[in-house]
Design a protein around this ligand. Structure first.
Ligand code: FDA
Length: 325
Protein backbone atom coordinates (compact mmCIF):
# COMPACT_ATOMS: atom_id res chain seq x y z
CA UNK A 1 0.00 0.00 0.00
CA UNK A 2 1.39 3.49 -0.74
CA UNK A 3 2.43 5.63 2.27
CA UNK A 4 0.23 8.63 3.21
CA UNK A 5 2.65 11.04 1.52
CA UNK A 6 2.89 8.93 -1.61
CA UNK A 7 -0.91 8.63 -1.66
CA UNK A 8 -1.42 12.38 -1.32
CA UNK A 9 1.18 13.00 -4.03
CA UNK A 10 -0.69 10.59 -6.30
CA UNK A 11 -3.99 12.34 -5.54
CA UNK A 12 -2.41 15.74 -6.26
CA UNK A 13 -0.97 14.49 -9.53
CA UNK A 14 -4.37 13.08 -10.53
CA UNK A 15 -6.01 16.42 -9.67
CA UNK A 16 -3.37 18.33 -11.64
CA UNK A 17 -3.84 16.08 -14.69
CA UNK A 18 -7.61 16.43 -14.53
CA UNK A 19 -7.45 20.23 -14.28
CA UNK A 20 -4.98 20.46 -17.16
CA UNK A 21 -7.16 18.20 -19.29
CA UNK A 22 -10.20 20.37 -18.44
CA UNK A 23 -8.22 23.52 -19.35
CA UNK A 24 -8.27 22.35 -22.99
CA UNK A 25 -12.06 21.81 -23.14
CA UNK A 26 -13.32 24.73 -25.22
CA UNK A 27 -16.98 24.09 -24.45
CA UNK A 28 -16.31 24.35 -20.72
CA UNK A 29 -14.41 27.57 -21.30
CA UNK A 30 -17.41 29.08 -23.05
CA UNK A 31 -19.65 28.00 -20.21
CA UNK A 32 -17.31 29.11 -17.44
CA UNK A 33 -16.95 32.65 -18.76
CA UNK A 34 -20.73 32.97 -18.47
CA UNK A 35 -20.90 31.74 -14.88
CA UNK A 36 -20.44 34.73 -12.58
CA UNK A 37 -20.17 32.63 -9.43
CA UNK A 38 -16.55 31.83 -10.22
CA UNK A 39 -15.61 35.44 -10.83
CA UNK A 40 -14.20 36.48 -7.41
CA UNK A 41 -11.66 33.68 -7.60
CA UNK A 42 -10.95 34.42 -11.26
CA UNK A 43 -10.28 38.05 -10.42
CA UNK A 44 -7.49 36.97 -8.09
CA UNK A 45 -5.48 35.88 -11.15
CA UNK A 46 -6.92 38.05 -13.94
CA UNK A 47 -6.66 41.84 -13.85
CA UNK A 48 -9.93 42.46 -15.71
CA UNK A 49 -11.87 41.66 -18.83
CA UNK A 50 -10.76 44.83 -20.64
CA UNK A 51 -7.58 46.88 -20.68
CA UNK A 52 -9.48 49.73 -19.01
CA UNK A 53 -10.27 47.39 -16.13
CA UNK A 54 -6.68 46.14 -15.97
CA UNK A 55 -4.92 49.53 -16.18
CA UNK A 56 -5.53 50.56 -12.55
CA UNK A 57 -3.90 47.31 -11.40
CA UNK A 58 -0.96 47.92 -13.75
CA UNK A 59 -0.54 51.46 -12.39
CA UNK A 60 -0.73 50.20 -8.79
CA UNK A 61 2.04 47.70 -9.52
CA UNK A 62 4.16 50.45 -11.10
CA UNK A 63 3.60 52.66 -8.05
CA UNK A 64 4.76 49.79 -5.85
CA UNK A 65 8.03 49.64 -7.81
CA UNK A 66 7.10 46.57 -9.85
CA UNK A 67 7.44 46.18 -13.60
CA UNK A 68 4.69 44.57 -15.65
CA UNK A 69 4.20 42.55 -18.80
CA UNK A 70 0.68 42.54 -20.20
CA UNK A 71 -0.97 39.42 -21.62
CA UNK A 72 -4.16 39.70 -23.66
CA UNK A 73 -5.72 36.35 -22.81
CA UNK A 74 -6.38 33.98 -25.69
CA UNK A 75 -4.93 30.77 -27.12
CA UNK A 76 -5.63 27.73 -29.30
CA UNK A 77 -7.12 29.91 -32.04
CA UNK A 78 -8.18 27.87 -35.09
CA UNK A 79 -9.55 30.62 -37.31
CA UNK A 80 -7.41 32.99 -39.36
CA UNK A 81 -9.69 35.97 -38.74
CA UNK A 82 -9.60 35.39 -34.97
CA UNK A 83 -5.80 35.25 -35.05
CA UNK A 84 -5.60 38.51 -37.00
CA UNK A 85 -8.05 40.10 -34.55
CA UNK A 86 -5.88 38.95 -31.63
CA UNK A 87 -2.83 40.62 -33.21
CA UNK A 88 -4.92 43.76 -33.71
CA UNK A 89 -5.81 43.78 -30.00
CA UNK A 90 -2.10 43.73 -29.15
CA UNK A 91 -1.48 46.74 -31.41
CA UNK A 92 -4.14 48.64 -29.46
CA UNK A 93 -2.61 47.55 -26.15
CA UNK A 94 0.88 48.71 -27.18
CA UNK A 95 -0.53 52.12 -28.12
CA UNK A 96 -2.50 52.35 -24.88
CA UNK A 97 0.50 51.38 -22.72
CA UNK A 98 2.64 54.01 -24.43
CA UNK A 99 -0.08 56.64 -24.01
CA UNK A 100 -0.57 55.79 -20.33
CA UNK A 101 3.13 55.91 -19.48
CA UNK A 102 3.21 52.44 -17.90
CA UNK A 103 5.69 49.70 -18.80
CA UNK A 104 5.75 48.97 -22.51
CA UNK A 105 6.09 45.21 -22.27
CA UNK A 106 3.71 42.52 -23.56
CA UNK A 107 3.60 38.72 -23.62
CA UNK A 108 1.73 36.77 -26.29
CA UNK A 109 1.07 33.18 -27.26
CA UNK A 110 1.87 31.70 -30.69
CA UNK A 111 -1.37 29.68 -30.70
CA UNK A 112 -3.30 32.93 -30.13
CA UNK A 113 -1.55 34.43 -33.15
CA UNK A 114 -2.61 31.52 -35.38
CA UNK A 115 0.07 28.83 -34.99
CA UNK A 116 -2.74 26.24 -35.08
CA UNK A 117 -3.64 27.49 -38.56
CA UNK A 118 -0.09 27.83 -39.89
CA UNK A 119 3.35 28.89 -38.77
CA UNK A 120 3.35 31.51 -41.55
CA UNK A 121 0.21 33.14 -40.16
CA UNK A 122 1.54 33.20 -36.59
CA UNK A 123 4.84 34.61 -37.82
CA UNK A 124 3.06 37.33 -39.78
CA UNK A 125 0.84 38.31 -36.85
CA UNK A 126 3.68 38.31 -34.33
CA UNK A 127 5.73 40.30 -36.83
CA UNK A 128 2.99 42.96 -36.90
CA UNK A 129 3.00 43.19 -33.12
CA UNK A 130 6.80 43.47 -33.12
CA UNK A 131 6.54 46.22 -35.75
CA UNK A 132 4.28 48.26 -33.45
CA UNK A 133 6.58 47.45 -30.51
CA UNK A 134 9.46 48.96 -32.47
CA UNK A 135 7.40 52.13 -33.04
CA UNK A 136 6.46 52.41 -29.35
CA UNK A 137 9.80 51.21 -27.88
CA UNK A 138 8.24 48.11 -26.34
CA UNK A 139 9.47 44.64 -25.49
CA UNK A 140 7.61 41.57 -26.76
CA UNK A 141 7.92 38.18 -25.06
CA UNK A 142 6.71 35.12 -26.94
CA UNK A 143 5.32 32.75 -24.30
CA UNK A 144 6.07 29.04 -24.66
CA UNK A 145 3.16 26.61 -24.95
CA UNK A 146 3.20 22.80 -25.02
CA UNK A 147 6.17 20.86 -26.40
CA UNK A 148 4.54 20.34 -29.81
CA UNK A 149 5.01 24.06 -30.50
CA UNK A 150 8.56 24.55 -29.17
CA UNK A 151 10.38 24.28 -32.52
CA UNK A 152 7.90 26.56 -34.30
CA UNK A 153 8.03 29.12 -31.48
CA UNK A 154 11.82 29.26 -31.57
CA UNK A 155 11.74 29.56 -35.37
CA UNK A 156 9.23 32.43 -35.16
CA UNK A 157 11.40 34.18 -32.57
CA UNK A 158 14.38 33.91 -34.89
CA UNK A 159 12.36 35.24 -37.83
CA UNK A 160 10.78 38.26 -36.11
CA UNK A 161 13.68 39.34 -33.93
CA UNK A 162 15.78 41.21 -36.53
CA UNK A 163 12.94 43.69 -37.11
CA UNK A 164 13.26 44.76 -33.48
CA UNK A 165 17.00 44.44 -32.96
CA UNK A 166 18.03 46.23 -36.10
CA UNK A 167 16.28 49.41 -34.97
CA UNK A 168 17.24 51.79 -32.20
CA UNK A 169 14.77 52.51 -29.38
CA UNK A 170 14.97 49.59 -26.99
CA UNK A 171 12.62 47.20 -28.75
CA UNK A 172 13.46 43.52 -28.53
CA UNK A 173 11.79 40.13 -28.59
CA UNK A 174 12.41 37.35 -26.09
CA UNK A 175 11.23 33.79 -25.63
CA UNK A 176 10.59 31.37 -22.80
CA UNK A 177 12.35 28.16 -21.84
CA UNK A 178 10.57 25.53 -19.74
CA UNK A 179 12.71 23.63 -17.23
CA UNK A 180 10.30 20.68 -17.43
CA UNK A 181 11.38 19.80 -20.97
CA UNK A 182 14.37 17.52 -21.44
CA UNK A 183 15.46 19.49 -24.54
CA UNK A 184 15.81 22.76 -22.65
CA UNK A 185 19.54 22.47 -21.81
CA UNK A 186 20.40 22.44 -25.51
CA UNK A 187 17.82 25.13 -26.38
CA UNK A 188 19.10 27.41 -23.64
CA UNK A 189 22.71 27.08 -24.77
CA UNK A 190 21.74 28.08 -28.32
CA UNK A 191 19.65 31.05 -27.09
CA UNK A 192 22.41 32.28 -24.79
CA UNK A 193 24.87 32.09 -27.68
CA UNK A 194 22.44 34.17 -29.79
CA UNK A 195 22.14 36.81 -27.03
CA UNK A 196 18.42 36.15 -26.58
CA UNK A 197 16.57 37.57 -23.61
CA UNK A 198 15.20 34.38 -22.06
CA UNK A 199 12.47 33.95 -19.48
CA UNK A 200 12.93 30.71 -17.56
CA UNK A 201 9.85 29.02 -16.11
CA UNK A 202 9.09 25.51 -14.86
CA UNK A 203 6.42 24.77 -17.50
CA UNK A 204 2.66 24.83 -17.08
CA UNK A 205 1.53 22.17 -19.56
CA UNK A 206 0.82 18.48 -19.24
CA UNK A 207 3.58 16.80 -21.23
CA UNK A 208 4.39 13.17 -22.03
CA UNK A 209 7.24 11.64 -20.06
CA UNK A 210 9.14 11.02 -23.27
CA UNK A 211 9.84 14.76 -23.56
CA UNK A 212 9.46 16.08 -20.01
CA UNK A 213 10.60 15.20 -16.49
CA UNK A 214 7.93 13.26 -14.67
CA UNK A 215 8.94 14.28 -11.19
CA UNK A 216 8.58 17.74 -9.63
CA UNK A 217 11.97 17.30 -7.94
CA UNK A 218 13.58 16.72 -11.33
CA UNK A 219 11.91 19.85 -12.74
CA UNK A 220 13.16 21.89 -9.77
CA UNK A 221 16.67 20.50 -10.23
CA UNK A 222 16.60 21.34 -13.95
CA UNK A 223 15.31 24.85 -13.14
CA UNK A 224 18.24 25.46 -10.79
CA UNK A 225 20.76 24.19 -13.34
CA UNK A 226 19.33 26.35 -16.16
CA UNK A 227 18.88 29.35 -13.87
CA UNK A 228 22.54 29.36 -12.86
CA UNK A 229 23.61 29.09 -16.48
CA UNK A 230 21.35 32.01 -17.40
CA UNK A 231 22.47 34.16 -14.48
CA UNK A 232 26.11 33.66 -15.37
CA UNK A 233 25.93 33.97 -19.16
CA UNK A 234 22.45 35.14 -20.18
CA UNK A 235 21.35 38.47 -21.55
CA UNK A 236 19.00 40.21 -19.07
CA UNK A 237 17.50 36.91 -17.94
CA UNK A 238 14.04 36.73 -16.42
CA UNK A 239 13.64 34.16 -13.65
CA UNK A 240 9.92 33.39 -13.60
CA UNK A 241 9.05 31.51 -10.45
CA UNK A 242 7.41 31.89 -7.05
CA UNK A 243 9.61 29.15 -5.63
CA UNK A 244 11.29 30.71 -2.61
CA UNK A 245 14.10 28.17 -2.51
CA UNK A 246 15.08 28.91 -6.11
CA UNK A 247 14.75 32.67 -5.62
CA UNK A 248 17.02 32.49 -2.55
CA UNK A 249 19.52 30.44 -4.53
CA UNK A 250 19.57 33.06 -7.34
CA UNK A 251 20.11 35.86 -4.82
CA UNK A 252 22.88 33.90 -3.09
CA UNK A 253 24.74 33.13 -6.34
CA UNK A 254 24.34 36.66 -7.71
CA UNK A 255 25.76 38.07 -4.48
CA UNK A 256 28.65 35.61 -4.31
CA UNK A 257 29.61 36.12 -7.94
CA UNK A 258 29.14 39.89 -8.12
CA UNK A 259 26.23 39.75 -10.58
CA UNK A 260 24.52 43.15 -10.39
CA UNK A 261 20.93 43.28 -9.09
CA UNK A 262 19.78 44.99 -12.26
CA UNK A 263 21.45 42.45 -14.58
CA UNK A 264 18.47 40.10 -14.25
CA UNK A 265 14.86 40.18 -13.10
CA UNK A 266 12.44 38.02 -11.19
CA UNK A 267 9.02 37.53 -12.74
CA UNK A 268 5.82 36.41 -11.03
CA UNK A 269 2.18 36.09 -11.95
CA UNK A 270 -0.52 38.60 -11.07
CA UNK A 271 -2.22 37.57 -7.84
CA UNK A 272 0.48 35.15 -6.69
CA UNK A 273 2.93 35.91 -3.85
CA UNK A 274 2.42 39.68 -3.91
CA UNK A 275 4.29 39.76 -0.56
CA UNK A 276 7.35 38.18 -2.13
CA UNK A 277 7.14 40.49 -5.15
CA UNK A 278 7.23 43.54 -2.89
CA UNK A 279 9.95 42.17 -0.59
CA UNK A 280 12.27 41.54 -3.52
CA UNK A 281 11.58 44.97 -5.03
CA UNK A 282 12.22 46.62 -1.65
CA UNK A 283 15.54 44.76 -1.46
CA UNK A 284 16.56 46.34 -4.78
CA UNK A 285 15.83 43.46 -7.15
CA UNK A 286 13.96 43.99 -10.38
CA UNK A 287 10.56 42.30 -10.31
CA UNK A 288 8.10 42.11 -13.20
CA UNK A 289 4.51 40.93 -12.81
CA UNK A 290 2.74 39.09 -15.64
CA UNK A 291 -0.67 40.78 -15.89
CA UNK A 292 -3.29 38.90 -17.93
CA UNK A 293 -6.59 40.44 -18.91
CA UNK A 294 -9.44 39.52 -21.25
CA UNK A 295 -12.56 37.45 -21.57
CA UNK A 296 -10.74 34.27 -22.61
CA UNK A 297 -9.50 33.55 -19.11
CA UNK A 298 -10.59 29.93 -18.72
CA UNK A 299 -7.48 27.91 -19.84
CA UNK A 300 -5.09 30.31 -18.07
CA UNK A 301 -7.19 30.12 -14.90
CA UNK A 302 -7.32 26.31 -14.99
CA UNK A 303 -3.52 26.12 -15.27
CA UNK A 304 -3.27 28.32 -12.15
CA UNK A 305 -5.60 25.92 -10.32
CA UNK A 306 -3.56 22.93 -11.48
CA UNK A 307 -0.35 24.46 -10.12
CA UNK A 308 -1.74 24.50 -6.63
CA UNK A 309 -4.52 22.08 -5.85
CA UNK A 310 -5.21 24.03 -2.62
CA UNK A 311 -6.65 26.70 -4.95
CA UNK A 312 -9.44 24.27 -5.83
CA UNK A 313 -10.68 23.96 -2.25
CA UNK A 314 -10.45 27.75 -1.95
CA UNK A 315 -12.57 28.06 -5.10
CA UNK A 316 -15.13 25.56 -3.79
CA UNK A 317 -15.35 27.40 -0.44
CA UNK A 318 -15.93 30.69 -2.29
CA UNK A 319 -18.61 29.17 -4.50
CA UNK A 320 -20.32 27.76 -1.41
CA UNK A 321 -20.14 31.12 0.37
CA UNK A 322 -21.44 32.95 -2.72
CA UNK A 323 -24.44 30.58 -2.74
CA UNK A 324 -25.04 31.55 0.89
CA UNK A 325 -23.98 28.09 2.10
P1 FDA B 1 5.91 25.88 -8.01
O1 FDA B 1 4.77 25.40 -8.81
O2 FDA B 1 6.83 24.87 -7.40
O3 FDA B 1 5.35 26.84 -6.90
C1 FDA B 1 6.17 27.42 -5.89
C2 FDA B 1 5.26 28.16 -4.92
O4 FDA B 1 4.65 29.27 -5.60
C3 FDA B 1 4.08 27.35 -4.41
O5 FDA B 1 4.45 26.60 -3.27
C4 FDA B 1 3.07 28.44 -4.09
O6 FDA B 1 3.38 29.10 -2.89
C5 FDA B 1 3.30 29.44 -5.20
N1 FDA B 1 2.42 29.17 -6.36
C6 FDA B 1 2.80 28.69 -7.59
N2 FDA B 1 1.74 28.63 -8.42
C7 FDA B 1 0.67 29.07 -7.70
C8 FDA B 1 -0.70 29.26 -8.01
N3 FDA B 1 -1.18 28.96 -9.21
N4 FDA B 1 -1.52 29.73 -7.04
C9 FDA B 1 -1.04 30.06 -5.83
N5 FDA B 1 0.26 29.91 -5.47
C10 FDA B 1 1.10 29.43 -6.39
N6 FDA B 1 4.64 28.52 -18.20
C11 FDA B 1 4.78 28.07 -19.47
O7 FDA B 1 4.65 26.88 -19.72
N7 FDA B 1 5.02 28.97 -20.48
C12 FDA B 1 5.19 30.29 -20.25
O8 FDA B 1 5.42 31.06 -21.18
C13 FDA B 1 5.06 30.75 -18.91
N8 FDA B 1 5.20 32.07 -18.59
C14 FDA B 1 5.25 32.46 -17.28
C15 FDA B 1 5.53 33.79 -16.95
C16 FDA B 1 5.67 34.15 -15.63
C17 FDA B 1 6.01 35.57 -15.29
C18 FDA B 1 5.52 33.19 -14.59
C19 FDA B 1 5.74 33.53 -13.15
C20 FDA B 1 5.19 31.90 -14.92
C21 FDA B 1 5.04 31.52 -16.24
N9 FDA B 1 4.69 30.22 -16.58
C22 FDA B 1 4.79 29.82 -17.89
C23 FDA B 1 4.13 29.30 -15.55
C24 FDA B 1 5.21 28.42 -14.93
O9 FDA B 1 5.64 27.48 -15.88
C25 FDA B 1 4.70 27.68 -13.70
O10 FDA B 1 3.64 26.86 -14.06
C26 FDA B 1 4.25 28.58 -12.56
O11 FDA B 1 5.09 29.69 -12.43
C27 FDA B 1 4.30 27.84 -11.21
O12 FDA B 1 5.58 27.39 -10.96
P2 FDA B 1 6.58 28.01 -9.86
O13 FDA B 1 7.88 28.24 -10.55
O14 FDA B 1 5.99 29.17 -9.22
O15 FDA B 1 6.87 26.82 -8.86
Amino acid sequence: MPSRTAASELAEEAMRSTLLALSQRKALGGLATRVPVTRPMVRRFIAGETLDEALPAIRRLRDAGLGTTVDVLGEAVTDEGDARAAAERYLGVLDALAADGVDRNVSLKPSQMGLGVSETLACENIGRVVGRAVETGAFVRIDMEDHASTDATLAIWEAVRPAARDRAGGADVGVVIQAALRRSDADLDALIAAGCRVRLCKGAYKEPHSVAYADKAEVDEAYERLMLRLLRAGSQPALATHDVRLIRRAVEVARAEGIARDAFEFQMLFGIRRDLQEQLAAAGYRVRVYVPFGAQWYPYFMRRLAERPANVSFLLRNMWRDRGG
